[in-house]
Design a binder for this molecule. Structure first.
Ligand code: AMP
Length: 505
């Protein structure tokens, strides 16, 4: 029997806690701040305000016991392991990573599901994220879809649920997972169902655009895990179909995407209804300022774990071309490029802003190009439709903002065009990584203006590492020289006609 099994004979196990807690379901808590002993804590910035935890029953959130095999790892071994698996950690008292599933000590019923799934070892985010999450501390995880992050937070969630008092009639969920889109919410639910079934943990998925009836019925029956998009969840709370008084484990998945989609007010409203001493796990693929600001308000003394090489590298199967242009040349350059490469293959064009996306898409359509756009201001139904048109190839050109396109798993994108250069080199690598997937070759074209000059040096590094050519103009910008006068530049090596013999990289 595992050390987390709530049905063990451990005197601190769930039944005992249940009888001391006297949890009655009504907390009386209505604040939105977290308690803290340190006023200077970087996180939990509102922590110095007094939090009234009176009437809130104690709950258990630290379940971690380091296995002897993990304890035996030397600091050097830990460091080497993290380096090899591209794990970077921050925070106080960071636990050592676990190298095998056995090292985590999950309950037997979870181990059986892992074996059934055929997994051989924890992914990097799991090997470092599990001990962190099981310790009951707040956690920031910077990892992408595909990294195994869903199980990184769901398996500790299952352990957490099994150690809490059972639900009483009228109780809301114990675990709440907020996700930006229905697609992601459903994906998360599939994992929750698979891995939670054997311990009889019930879950439901709450998202908009479908009838409420079945969701209301699930909530009324009582579910330990709710996976929700913010709008529909608020709707359910306001109509008293659920409440968040029992939530002690909160997950915000793809926080960057939720903010890009304008969910900031809804997220705040939801979190304000959850007891402040909850455990919060905050996931994002990127770490822009807004995402960090929200984390500061919602998390207390968090660990941070970042997955991926600190040295950015692009996929070598992608040919990268960079064209030095002026802002007002961009549209004509785009059209010329499309004329050259368009053969019915999927082309993904990235823009900086939602407005830019709409404008260029409109213009392209007026000029006869089969383009649609996807960004955070579009409704779920419209996004679904645009994606299916793009996937099926009916509309082979799609324009997108960064965050709306993140996590999109569209196969066979042949070309990525950076109409606007992104705000970071990480985004550049993410964007072009939409092509060249699963062993295919891909090509990325990037418009680069004088306003982007500050990225030139790092961009050159990425191009060189991937064995791509660097044009003399870009090289000069990388040395801090002013960009060449407009009118130069274009994409070489595209085969047919256009741009031959000019200054392309
Ligand atoms: P996610 O990043 O959570 O979207 O996970 C991506 C996929 O990886 C999902 O299909 C998971 O079932 C799968 N997965 C999760 N953990 C592991 C693991 N340790 N080994 C192999 N596959 C995994």
């Amino acid at each position: 029997m595992s050390r987390y099994d709530s049905r063990s004979s451990d005197p601190t196990s769930y039944r005992d806690r249940r009888s001391d807690s006297g949890y009655g379901g009504s907390t009386g808590y209505s604040g939105s701040v977290r308690s803290s002993s340190s006023k200077n804590d970087y996180y939990g910035s509102e922590a110095s305000k007094k939090v009234d935890l009176d009437g809130l029953p104690h709950f258990e959130k630290n379940f971690y016991i380091e296995a002897p095999s993990v304890a035996a790892m030397t600091e050097r071994e830990v460091e080497e392991y993290r380096q090899r698996r591209e794990i970077t950690v921050e925070g106080r008292d960071v636990p050592k990573p676990v190298k095998s599933f056995r090292d985590v000590g999950f309950p037997d019923y979870v181990m059986q599901e892992i074996a059934k799934a055929g997994f051989t070892e924890p992914t990097p985010i799991q090997s470092q994220g599990w001990p962190m999450a099981l310790k009951g501390r707040d956690l920031i995880g910077i990892a992408e879809t595909g990294s195994g992050k869903t199980l990184a937070y769901l398996l500790p969630a299952i352990v957490h649920v099994n150690a809490q008092p059972i639900l009483s009639p009228g109780d809301g969920p114990i675990v709440l997972v907020l996700a930006p889109t229905r697609e992601l919410a459903v994906q998360i639910q599939q994992e929750a169902t698979k891995f939670g079934a054997s311990s009889k943990i019930k879950n439901t998925c709450i998202y908009g655009g479908v009838p409420k009836g079945p969701q209301v019925r699930d909530l009324q029956k009582g579910v330990e895990i709710v996976i929700a998009t913010p709008g529909r969840l608020i709707d359910m709370m306001e109509s008293h179909h659920t409440n968040l008084r029992r939530v002690t484990y909160l997950v915000l998945d793809e926080a960057d995407r939720m903010l890009d989609m304008g969910f900031d007010p809804q997220i705040r409203k939801i979190v304000s209804q959850i007891r402040p001493d909850r455990q919060t796990l905050y996931w994002s693929a990127t770490w822009p300022k807004e995402v960090e600001q929200l984390a500061r308000q919602f998390l207390y003394n968090p660990y941070k774990v970042i997955i991926g090489s600190p040295d950015l590298k692009a996929n070598h199967a992608i040919r990268q071309h960079v064209d030095i242009v002026s802002e007002n040349q961009k549209y004509n350059k785009l059209v010329k490029l499309l004329e050259d490469i368009m053969d019915g293959s999927r082309i993904l064009i990235f823009m900086d802003t939602k407005k830019g996306c709409d404008q260029i898409t409109r213009q392209l359509r007026m000029d006869g190009w089969p383009a649609l756009s996807i960004h955070g201001d579009k409704s779920q139904a419209e996004r679904d439709w645009v994606l299916s048109e793009f996937r099926s190839g009916k509309s082979p050109i799609m324009t997108a903002t960064d965050v709306a396109a993140r996590g999109l798993d569209v196969k066979d994108v042949k070309y990525v065009i950076n109409y606007d250069f992104p705000g970071s080199l990480e985004d550049y690598v993410h964007r072009i990584g939409r092509t060249g997937r699963a062993g295919a070759k891909g090509t990325a074209y990037t418009f680069f203006t004088a306003a982007n000059a500050r990225f030139a040096k790092e961009l050159i590094g990425i191009l060189e590492e991937a064995g791509q050519k660097v044009s003399p103009e870009l090289a000069a910008m990388g040395r801090g020289a002013p960009p060449p006068p407009s009118g130069h530049g274009g994409f070489r090596d595209r085969g047919r006609g256009y741009g031959g013999g000019r200054s392309w990289s």
